[in-house]
Design a protein around this ligand. Structure first.
Ligand code: NAD
Length: 454
């Protein structure tokens, strides 16, 4: 770990002086290589992580889009200027890289989340030490081969493997100036606190409980398909999974039809062509999901669809859980308060949009939410009054493309500057503001002035 960090420190000396156009060209190279190997990387993700092949392709694609955004770095790095701020005096800002940065990633997006981090850091002129999830580091290693092939110099990007010890090393190492983290609450809060205490810039994306509000005037077919896909896709192992539904008024009459759609989803190995959802990441993850479902039943929720006893032929020991639906969930229940991270929908009823908004705003998380309606005024009220950083209007998983930033809030985020987009550039750069005075030769001041200039 020390050797990796030393290599990053050494490489920073020359990499930070490389021209912005050189870095842009390397990003173009990387972009075409990722496109070339997209299926290879996706197949590896399916094998190692378990998600279905089309979903794994989406995982690579959404990361590739960050690389594509990084190709516009000459515009993104532009500073600001204001000439003649006083007589013969100009002020301008430049963006400079920070130095060695670090990335710590979760298991659920083995390509996309490393790609949220290292392209943006490198293209801004930083070097990086990257620690992928110890549960599925394969996609990161394939991307590293491509970084090398693209022509990035040795030492600019370094991978270390491990779990807690590697994280502590990153949080405590003086050479590392900034940490990007994505993962669970426990790790995120810990890394944010330990890294910040050591004077580092930290951005920490954490857990979520994303609510979908279904209004009675919603387009029923489109809405129910969106809910089944966004709740069960990737076996619920997405930080933007729409895992909690709030049915407003008569909309609740559609619950049986939603359950029919969920029942039809096929559970199987990710590389089976007809699989809609694959296994969970580990036996421990499966046990946790089953425990949370049982806690809901014990606390009085109605189990309208039970996917706990599913067996997938040929994979009898796999970590599969089938689509599961808990209704009449109360906000006091454990299954409501904790992120389940499995193919489990929790559902609640509300009498009005105001009541639905109040429920969501009382939840600790602020990652994403969505409302389904055909009424523009309802949508506008929702945008104004909801205290969540990413909002979908008839769009169940509102993850912004990288010309924007990933703006989760409240319990889902710690830090000031978000991932990718303009905020990503700000996170990975520091400003130098220059005040320059070039007096005309005939205007040289003759006496010393001691008062503050006005
Ligand atoms: P995780 O927290 O277990 O692991 C993430 C990283 O932190 C890994 O690299 C791991 O080695 C390290 N880590 C784990 N526990 C640690 C600890 N106690 N101390 C120090 N380091 C530790 O997360 P995960 O299970 O891999 O990922 C799932 C979680 O990530 C979910 O909560 C999900 O919502 C969240 N997530 C959030 C976003 C987002 O953008 N908000 C995106 C994807 C995933």
């Amino acid at each position: 770990m020390q050797a990796a960090t030393d290599a990053a420190s050494e490489a920073f000396k020359t990499w930070s002086k490389s021209t912005v156009l050189t870095r842009q060209q390397l990003m173009f190279n990387l972009q075409s290589l990722i496109k070339r190997d997209m299926n290879k990387i996706a197949e590896n993700i399916t094998l190692e992580q378990g998600k279905t092949l089309p979903d794994a392709q989406g995982d690579v694609m959404r990361g590739l889009q960050v690389v594509e955004q990084c190709c516009s770095i000459p515009s993104l790095m532009l500073g600001e200027t204001l000439p003649n701020i006083a007589r013969d005096m100009d002020t301008f800002t430049y963006r400079f890289p920070l130095g060695v940065t670090a990335g710590i990633t979760p298991f659920n997006f083995p390509a996309m989340i490393p790609l949220w981090m290292f392209p943006m850091s490198l293209v801004c002129g930083n070097t990086m030490v990257l620690k992928p999830s110890e549960r599925d580091p394969g996609a990161t290693m394939m991307l590293m081969e491509l970084v090398k092939e693209a022509g990035f110099p040795d030492g600019v990007l370094n991978v270390i493997h491990g779990a807690h010890d590697a994280v502590n090393f990153i949080c405590d190492n003086d050479a590392i100036k900034a940490i990007s983290f994505v993962g669970s609450d426990n790790a995120g809060k810990y890394i944010y606190e330990r890294g910040s205490k050591n004077g580092k810039r930290v951005q920490s994306n954490m857990g979520a409980k994303n609510h979908g509000v279904i209004m009675p005037d919603a387009n029923k077919e489109a809405c129910l398909n969106a809910l089944a896909g966004a709740g069960m896709g990737a076996a619920g192992q997405r930080c933007m999974a729409l895992s909690t539904l709030v049915w407003v008024g008569e909309a609740k009459n559609w619950i049986p039809e939603l359950i029919d759609r969920c029942k039809k989803l096929k559970v199987g190995p990710g590389n089976a062509p007809d699989a809609d959802l694959g296994p969970l990441i580990s036996p421990a993850a499966k046990k946790r999901v089953l425990d949370l479902v049982q806690s809901g039943v014990d606390e009085g929720a109605e189990l309208l669809l039970d996917g706990r006893d599913i067996t997938v032929p040929g994979y009898e020991n796999g970590n599969f859980v089938g689509p599961t639906y808990l209704h009449n969930v109360k906000t006091s229940m454990r299954c409501y308060k904790e992120e389940i991270f499995g193919p489990v929908l929790c559902s609640l009823e509300a009498d009005s949009l105001d009541e639905a908004i109040a429920i969501i705003n009382s939840n600790q998380y602020g990652n994403g939410t969505a409302v389904f309606t055909t009424n523009g005024a309802t949508a506008r009220k929702f945008i104004d009054e909801i205290d969540v950083g990413q909002i979908g209007i008839n769009a169940p998983i509102p993850v912004p493309l990288p010309m924007f930033s990933f703006t989760g809030t409240r319990g889902s985020f710690r830090g000031d500057l978000h991932f990718y987009g303009k905020q990503g550039v700000s996170f990975y750069t520091q400003l130098k503001t220059v005040v320059q005075l070039w007096r005309h030769q005939d205007a040289t001041q003759q006496t010393a002035r001691t008062s503050f200039p006005i």
